[in-house]
Design a binder for this molecule. Structure first.
Ligand code: NCD
Length: 314
């Protein structure tokens, strides 16, 4: 099946084959993402960025990807400056964007909003994060970073650390890793464990899940340490956040017992979970991960929107 014209709402909308193809296409896009080669398969396309939550990397890397592919962006970066402020419903906003653009990239605080937008629009909708739900394109770049580091996605031992309850990046990533036979080590404060429904689905998919709250034990045999920020903005009660704030931190001392080839990933922004001293170690892969956002999103946009005859980067 082709991705042309399709929505990407959940990582589970993509098969293992499709994910592997996108990761491989993303690798070929790197010189184009760096501006060393030029390709314009989106030159007649407009992509709407509808961001109803703060974003730096996701929005800018999507915009960069569109520009690198020769396309054009129209952007809502600050809902305060759009008619949402006047009480416009998401449904109506999406219907407008549907008329103005060839695809819509949506970030919204409500879980399920991207699915709703997909129904309201006959143009492809890409979920750039829906509340505590999913963040499928982040997962694609997380996987691209792992694939670049290990040459494979199969059979990795991955520690998911931090806010596994509200962290949409871990929800998407865990499902994807389940397709590749990963062993998942879950490490979180007790109140921020992976939601039962995600856990049940993963077990149903046959994933080996291990719970390990002791950081040094979790890290010992790991290939990937995926660190997340506590999603403060999702807590119904600030005092609950205060109870877990600062409860884990990766620094060089924590990494002493790690495999030499362990990579540390983080979707960013970080808010104290990784000490800056880690940045200069060979373990730090989070800035490379942030760069790979561009070629990965180029590969995805090209697959969804590129005209079939021009889709291949020449
Ligand atoms: C993440 C998000 O928005 O879910 N950031 C991102 O897209 N790179 C993670 C986070 O905000 O903690």
């Amino acid at each position: 099946m082709t991705l042309h014209g399709r929505d990407v709402i959940s990582i589970r909308d993509l098969s293992r084959d499709e994910i592997e193809t996108l990761v491989a296409d993303a690798r070929r896009m790197i010189p184009y993402a760096e501006g060393k080669k030029v390709t314009h398969p989106l030159e007649d396309k407009i992509v709407a960025m509808a961001f109803f939550e703060p974003s730096t990397r996701t929005r800018l890397s999507f915009e960069s990807a569109v520009h690198r592919l020769g396309g054009h962006c129209i952007t809502i970066a600050d809902p305060g400056s759009s008619s949402v402020r006047k009480g416009e419903s998401l449904n109506d906003t999406i219907r407008m964007l549907n008329a103005y653009a060839d695809a819509i990239v949506l970030r919204h605080p409500n879980e399920g909003s991207a699915r709703l937008a997909g129904r309201a629009s006959d143009k492809p909708v890409i979920n750039a994060g829906d509340g505590a739900g999913q963040h499928p394109t982040q997962t694609l770049l997380d996987l691209a970073t792992m694939e670049e580091a290990f040459g494979t996605l199969s059979g990795l031992r991955v520690v998911l650390l931090g806010d596994l309850k509200y962290g949409r990046t871990v929800h998407s990533l865990a499902y994807a890793l389940a397709l590749f036979g990963s062993e998942l080590v879950l490490s979180s404060p007790p109140t921020l464990r992976l939601p039962d429904e995600v856990r049940d689905q993963l077990e149903h998919m046959g994933v080996k899940l291990v719970e390990e709250d002791q950081l040094h034990r979790a890290i010992r045999d790991a290939d990937v340490l995926y660190v997340t920020r506590i999603q403060r903005e999702r807590f119904p009660d600030e005092s609950e956040y205060q109870k877990v704030a600062g409860s884990y931190r990766i620094d060089n001392a924590v990494l002493v017992g790690a495999k030499p080839r362990l990579i540390v990933l983080h979707p960013l922004p970080r808010a104290g979970e990784i000490a800056p001293e880690v940045d200069s170690t060979p373990h730090a892969a989070y800035f490379r991960q942030a760069f790979l956002a561009v070629p990965v999103r180029m590969a995805l946009l090209n697959a969804i929107l590129g005209s079939p005859k021009r889709r291949k980067a020449e």
